[in-house]
Write a protein that binds this ligand. Structure first.
Ligand code: BJW
Ligand code: ZN
Length: 254
């Protein structure tokens, strides 16, 4: 677990910042019971390789298997609740002058914790999108074993409203995320392996514009070597600790 001196130093940087930006990944939802992508050993994650299913090819090859996995995930995410990490991130937004939240997660747990204006970098699990005409709709009801949904407009098989490997990040989402990264004083990278681009490149962009880079993660990642601060531990412990420092310092200066 990160030592209290480093927590204090990062809390101080956050309290002094005019604009804090946060990038989150699957680790933030792990304590809610949502398996991460690369450590996953449970349920369908153990049976199938998530990195093989989160591709357009998986839907072309075997849409039934891909849809069974995504529908199982929809059920799993619906049944869990945001954790202390999500809550602290939502509260941090109200404790600094300007705040941006970019999440790679598609589970909606930040919004359920009260975060607003969340930039969903990899889309939303609870939408469907058509690979043919690109229409996006709220997720059609369906369970594992049901046939894959088809588009009412063009007849193509739908995919979930998420960004699969090899698909582009929507231009407006990329632009908003880059604006957040390049305009902030502190860039917090929480619970992501920092493997998947272009999301992983946002920390480089933030550093290039002079932001202090902070990583919160239980494990070493490629970002750990270059981050200004590394807070090793679960986001459900570290984020409330950081929030506590920010709120205490705000009272001192009030
Ligand atoms: C905790 C914790 C706790 C645990 N507390 N921490 C440049 C170089 C090389 C390749 C590329 C490149 N640019 C683009 C690419 C190709 C590709 C890519 O990046 N590949 C890499 C694997 C190398 N990128 C793309 O294809 C992207 N599209 C694109 O760039 O289009 C243009 C283009 C295409 C092709 C070639 C070139 C350009 C799209 C990427 C879409 C990613 N989609 C997914 C699935 C979304 C839908 C779904 O949910 O099913 O997004 S894949 C998956 O990975 C998901 C995640 O959002 C994403 C990131 O994962 P994340 O969140 O980091 O999770 P994990 O599991 O990896 O890590 C969890 C972390 O938490 C770990 O570090 C733990 O230690 C930690 N942790 N518990 C704190 N309690
Ligand atoms: Zn269509």
């Amino acid at each position: 677990m990160a030592d209290s001196r480093t927590i204090e130093a990062v809390g101080d940087a956050l309290a002094k910042a005019k604009h804090v930006a946060v990038l989150t990944g699957a680790g933030v939802s792990a304590e809610s019971g949502v398996p991460t992508f690369r450590d996953a050993q449970t349920g369908l994650w153990a049976k199938y390789d998530p990195m093989q299913l989160a591709t357009p090819e998986a839907f072309q090859r075997d849409a039934q298997t891909a849809w069974d996995w995504y529908r199982w995930r929809r059920g799993l995410v619906t049944a869990v609740a945001p954790n202390a990490g999500h809550d602290a991130i939502a509260a941090l937004a109200g404790s600094v002058p300007r705040f941006s939240l970019v999440t790679q997660n598609v589970d909606g747990l930040h919004q359920r914790a009260g975060s607003v204006d969340v930039i969903e970098f990899h889309g939303n699990l609870f939408e469907d999108k058509c690979a043919g005409c690109e229409v996006r709709l709220p997720a059609a009801p369906g369970e594992q074993g049901d046939p894959p949904p088809r588009c009412d407009l063009c007849g193509e098989v739908m995919t979930p409203g998420v960004v699969l490997f090899g698909e582009e990040i929507p231009a407006s989402v990329l632009e908003q995320s880059q604006l957040a990264a390049t305009g902030c004083d502190v860039f917090l990278v929480v619970g992501t392996s920092s493997w998947v681009y272009p999301a992983a490149g946002l920390a480089d962009a933030a550093r290039g514009f002079g932001a202090t880079i902070v990583e919160v993660n239980t494990e070493q990642t490629p970002l750990s070597e270059t981050a200004d601060y590394v807070l090793r531990g679960p986001s459900g412990d570290i984020m409330p600790a950081l929030l506590g420092v920010v709120q205490r310092l705000a009272k001192v200066t009030a």
